[in-house]
Design a protein. Structure first.
Length: 52
């Protein structure tokens, strides 16, 4: 696939609300997705019982 097409797909993705796009041309395929903006939840630990 021509690099100009890939760059254009990236521009289109950035200008839209689409999160991911996949294009297939014959044997070739390209999938472009946005970087995730979801922040992982912090882990909270709870202390176990005190030793006897």
């Amino acid at each position: 696939m021509d690099i100009r097409k890939v760059k254009k797909l990236i521009e289109l993705l950035e200008a839209s609300d689409v999160a991911e796009i996949e294009i297939k041309e014959g044997e070739e395929a390209v999938r472009i997705s946005r970087a995730s903006t979801v922040v992982p939840a912090t882990m909270q630990y709870q202390a176990g019982p005190a030793p006897a």
